[in-house]
Design a protein around this ligand. Structure first.
Ligand SMILES: Nc1ncnc2c1ncn2[C@@H]1O[C@H](COP(=O)(O)OP(=O)(O)OP(=O)(O)O)[C@@H](O)[C@H]1O
Length: 263
């Protein structure tokens, strides 16, 4: 279990103002679950993910992964960002194997593991290509393979498909579901898109800005239904999908309205 318990984060800006980015957020990410954080810009989603990744300290509260306190980055958490962070001078397979190289794995084992992961993300024919030869969606697939290389306990994904065109984005969502199913990894995923959140999450948390709080939680079955049937269109056009989309839209607009009134 990844457990976030009453996590708060305050930032001090260069002008000396204090920003209350995260306010007593509590969240459990159980084994094999797919938790999606949804909210308007500035509601603290990245702050929460960065704290789970160990990139920034909490001001108060705790985060534990399978009982161990999270205080710094570690191989037990794989991270994927919106902008790919591939090294342009390294081939695709070497980019995927990078973390394993740091961990001291022998060369042949690194290559075998990287090739296995490239097959998982459908890029087995591009092992020797360079990042500039790939499309945006393909680069994100390399990023996912790299994040999985060290066999982390959880995958942390910060708007990984936010810069992709809508068709590629849908294909990537479906690919991610197949990876989730094949690996059984826990996933924590951030998005601005209500539809993406509903399609992917076994749990969706809706956040409101300043201070960043969880204002609603939904336990969902759409992703399991898609994993079972492979029919994304049927899932997304189901009446419950549409009614939840409207319900969440209303919550997000309400949160924004409360914030405007307070400012
Ligand atoms: N290093 C920092 N110093 C000061 N303020 C910060 C810092 N990082 C984030 N903030 C502020 O904290 C709040 C939450 O930011 P965060 O990036 O977590 O939001 P977000 O929901 O991920 O937004 P977006 O969807 O636009 O990425 C914002 O008001 C932001 O300006």
């Amino acid at each position: 279990m990844l457990k976030v318990d009453h996590a708060s984060v305050y930032f001090r800006t260069r002008e000396g103002r204090t920003v209350h980015a995260l306010d007593r957020v509590s969240l459990d990410i159980a084994d094999s679950s797919f938790v999606v954080a949804l909210g308007a810009s500035g509601c603290g989603k990245s702050t929460l993910l960065n704290a789970i990744a160990g990139f920034l300290p909490l001001s108060s509260g705790t985060i534990t992964l399978d009982g161990r306190p999270v205080t710094r980055p570690g191989a037990d958490r794989g991270v994927v960002f919106q902008k790919d962070t591939l090294l342009p001078w390294k081939s695709v397979v070497d980019n995927v194997a990078l973390g394993l190289q740091f961990a001291g794995a022998p060369k042949a084992a690194r290559r075998a593991r990287a090739e296995e992961l490239l097959s998982l993300v459908g890029l087995q024919d591009f092992a020797n290509s360079f990042p500039y030869e790939l499309s945006g969606g393909m680069r994100q697939r390399v990023g996912i393979a790299r994040a999985l290389a060290a066999d982390p306990e959880i995958l942390l994904m910060d708007e990984p498909f936010g810069a992709l065109d809508s068709l590629t984005r849908e294909q990537m969502q479906e690919l991610l579901v197949s990876i989730w199913k094949a690996t059984g990894k826990r996933i924590f995923f951030i998005t601005h898109s209500i539809e993406e959140a509903l399609f992917l999450g076994t749990q969706v948390i809706v956040m409101s800005p300043r201070p960043g709080r969880i204002v609603a939680r939904f336990d969902l079955d759409f992703v399991r239904e898609f994993a079972r049937t492979g029919d994304a269109r049927a899932v997304k056009t189901a009446p419950e999908f549409a009614s939840l989309r409207e319900e969440i839209r209303t919550i997000l607009h309400g949160a924004d309205h409360i914030r405007s009134a307070a400012e």
